[in-house]
Design a protein around this ligand. Structure first.
Ligand code: ADP
Ligand code: MG
Length: 391
């Protein structure tokens, strides 16, 4: 799960990470008031679109204002508009809230990020003197300009980690301890909140020589949200794919993809291999869908509904392994679900495991024309792909 810049900055402040003062605004009418609250005599205010995507600066989503009146005008322009950045996709994202903060006198822009390195099995902190611009490009063209330290969580953040980062950035002696303190606080935020990513681009050195997080991006491990109630309150469902949100409500994990073979599978591992096999057989999966352990009529019906909400879907491959769940029950569920949801594309069904034979019989005798039985995953994949082609 992701949160907005203004929410990440709120968390940073709790941990003593300096950020510019700012307020979030949902209605243009509040913008001028907020700008005055920040200090009517500021030289510069910054109006920032709050969307779950970066690259706002280049796309007109970060604008400087020289007066409180200008803040009001920019707010009116930005709120409700659609912002297209290189991270939003062509459709862009609607701006429902903006952040108004004080302008900072920038001496230099750095980059600081933290992610989990699965091969090292440790969180890694990365810093670069080439901040502000596309860090992906720096990583690509001049990787030597990014310093990385893997932080052993058993001993926690230590000074030597921070010094390695600071020296790697070429900081003068008097700034080293400031950066170490900053980095340590970020490490604490990352660990305490079960973050999967923190990105501060740019981390700014101000003219009066303090480090400030000028931008803030945070993502969290969904599996830990149950113990992060504060983060859950920050969820903004308008930023998420509506179908995925709907699926989650019913205990289904759904990820939309751009192929045309819909997939309904129980278990994430089987769902992944089903997609692989469809690819291997020359087709393209329209989605990932894990209906979970209990594939009953209700979940299967919801699954059909969700898969069919994608107009690209030309056939559905149901691939269920009956371990605890019995295949005959699933077959019954598929028939009931097919009646409720008016499934108008061919449905290829492969059921294996407990009571698989009974299940085959139920499907064979169903009298429903668009249900096609398959006896292996590969057979199912081939039949589903062939159904897409109208055979
Ligand atoms: P994005 O990464 O989405 O483009 P940023 O928050 O990084 O958005 O802002 C883009 C650029 O705008 C920054 O690199 C910085 O130069 C400038 N900027 C952003 N916030 C401020 C601020 N409070 N004061 C001065 N400049 C800012
Ligand atoms: Mg940025």
């Amino acid at each position: 799960m992701d949160i907005h810049e203004h929410q990440a900055k709120e968390i940073f402040r709790k941990y003593g990470v300096p950020t510019p003062n700012g307020y979030v605004v949902y209605k243009p009418d509040n913008a001028v008031k907020v700008a005055q609250q920040l200090g009517g005599d500021l030289d510069v205010w910054v109006v920032k679109a709050q969307i779950h995507a970066g690259g706002r600066g280049k796309a007109g989503g970060v604008k400087l204002a020289k007066s409180t009146e200008e803040v009001g005008l920019l707010a009116k322009e930005m709120l409700g508009s659609t912002l297209v950045t290189h991270q939003t996709g062509a459709n862009g994202k609607k701006v429902n809230r903006i952040y108004i903060e004080e302008g900072v006198n920038i001496e230099k822009e750095f980059y600081l990020g933290m992610v989990l390195d699965r091969s090292k099995e440790m969180p890694v902190m990365m810093a670069s003197s080439e901040g502000g611009i596309d860090i992906e490009e720096v990583a690509d063209k001049s990787p030597e300009k990014i310093v990385k330290v893997a932080i052993n969580p058993t001993i926690g953040f230590r000074g030597f980690y921070g010094r390695k980062l600071a020296f790697g950035l070429g900081l003068p002696r008097e700034q080293v301890n400031k950066l170490i303190k900053f980095a340590e606080s970020i490490y604490n935020v990352y660990m305490d909140y079960d973050a999967s990513l923190i990105e501060i681009n740019p981390l700014v050195l101000t003219k009066d020589k303090t480090f400030i997080a000028l931008d803030a991006k945070m993502s969290f491990d969904d599996n830990s949200l149950y113990r992060q109630p504060e983060i859950l309150t920050m969820r903004d469902l308008t930023e998420e794919e509506p179908v995925e949100v709907e699926a989650n409500k019913h205990g289904l994990s759904y990820v939309k993809l751009d192929g045309n073979v819909g997939c309904m599978v129980n278990g994430a591992g089987l769902a992944m291999s089903t997609m692989d096999i469809i690819k291997h057989e020359g087709g393209t999966p329209a989605n990932f869908l894990d209906v979970g352990g209990g594939a009953n009529a209700e979940t299967v019906a919801k699954g059909f509904e969700i898969i069919l909400s994608d107009p690209n879907v030309k056939s559905i491959f149901v691939n269920i392994f009956g371990g605890i769940v019995r295949c005959d029950r699933v077959a019954q569920g598929i028939l009931e679900a097919a009646k409720i949801t008016n499934v108008n594309v061919p449905v290829v069904v492969r059921l294996d495991g407990t009571n698989a034979e009974e299940a085959q019989e139920i499907l064979a005798n169903s009298g429903i024309k668009n249900i096609i039985a398959a006896d292996s995953i590969a057979d199912g994949a081939r039949k589903a792909i062939s159904a897409v082609r109208g055979n």
